[in-house]
Design a protein around this ligand. Structure first.
Ligand code: SAM
Ligand code: SF4
Length: 329
């Protein structure tokens, strides 16, 4: 059984950022140049991540998602997946990736025990994709998605960060993907973290607005059970559609009351809330040689101090929070 936090929410989901490095520079996530990376010596080693996850799983956190930065740029990531997948009690091991390297990695990741992937894809237009990611090639992501499906990393969910003036005119086209094929497309409000600070505010397109536009063009949405996972999206289906649509609205309508997660940053901080700068350091004690019982107690402390909710949307940017590329979304 998972532990309950102070507000009786079961904490059963751990997001693990394995690196703050990335092969892309998405405009809402990272600056184009001059990113200050965490020194390698401060990044958790694989044996440290495996030990932490083992203790977390023992505490009932049976869903683990690897993220970053870009998880597929970290050397020997398949080996980490293999070691994590072998932890007894870990029901669901997934990854969020930009998909650029998935064509190469999908098969070995699946073979090592990864269950499924979420792929970030904000546009279907090659030039726009390059403008948003600054460095990426759309075609590679599409091939990566195909490879993930072929390798059985299902359901593959697509994450679309919607930014006004950048890709909001494409929400209907992206939603249309769910009609013909098994696409699970999730729209996300841009948050004022990292590069997102410049795009939030006027750039936020509320999920109500995204839904309205989709319904006006493609028909009513029927609420359905999500395609697996324990995240914050609400899921719907267009009439006759094979896939689903999800809406994640951290800014306009936050879902804190059902938040079930902790985050582990690549340098070993446990973050009880994405939008707060409060964290509990795990790396320091770990490297001083604490026991698993002490590790357990530090986790329990992080669970107990998890806040009831984050602050109102208009105040989120005021506090210096860690960049998205450190936290992993
Ligand atoms: N590199 C991987 C990727 O892009 O999927 C994993 C890490 S990325 C930080 C995790 C998720 O956070 C992605 O879906 C990305 O689109 C989203 N994200 C990044 N910055 C964001 C922001 N400012 N607001 C909302 N979502 C953001
Ligand atoms: Fe990299 Fe993901 Fe951030 Fe884009 S959203 S810069 S792919 S970490």
């Amino acid at each position: 059984m998972p532990y309950l936090d102070a507000f009786e929410r079961p904490i059963e989901y751990l997001r693990v950022s394995v690196t703050d490095r990335c092969n892309l520079r998405c405009v809402y996530c990272m600056p184009e140049e001059g990113v200050k990376f965490i020194p390698h010596s401060a990044i958790l080693r694989y044996e440290e991540i495996v030990r932490i996850v083992r203790v977390a799983v023992g505490m009932g956190m049976k869903h683990v998602r690897l993220t970053g930065g870009e998880p597929l740029v970290r050397a020997d990531i398949v080996e980490l997946v293999r070691q994590l997948a072998a932890i007894p009690g870990l029901d669901d091991l997934s990854m969020t990736t930009n998909g650029i390297f998935l064509e190469r990695y999908a098969e070995p990741l699946a073979e090592a025990g990864l269950k499924r992937v979420n792929i970030s894809l904000d546009t279907l237009r090659p030039e726009r994709f390059r403008r948003i990611t600054r460095l990426g090639t759309l075609e590679k992501v599409l091939r990566g998605r195909e490879a993930a499906l072929k390798a059985g990393l299902k359901p593959v969910k697509i994450n679309v960060v919607v930014v006004r003036g950048l890709n909001d005119d494409e929400v209907v086209d992206l939603a249309r993907l769910s009609l013909e094929e098994d696409w699970h497309v999730r729209f996300i409000e841009v948050m004022p973290l990292g590069g997102g600070v410049h795009w939030a505010g006027d750039g936020v397109v509320s999920m109500q607005e995204v839904r309205r536009r989709i319904v006006a063009e493609l028909g009513e949405l029927e609420a359905v059970r999500g395609p697996g996972g324990v995240g914050p999206a609400r899921y719907y289906r267009l009439p006759g559609a094979k896939g689903t649509l999800g809406f994640i609205s951290p800014v306009s309508d936050h879902f804190c009351f059902r938040c079930n997660r902790l985050r582990l940053t690549s340098d070993g901080k446990i973050l009880p809330c994405l939008l707060s700068n409060k964290y509990v350091d795990l790396r320091g004690p770990l490297r001083k040689g604490i026991s698993d019982e002490e590790l357990h107690d530090i986790f329990l402390h992080a669970i107990r101090i998890k806040p009831w909710e984050h602050k109102p949307a208009e105040m989120i940017g005021e506090e210096e929070v860690l960049p998205m590329s450190c936290i992993g979304g």
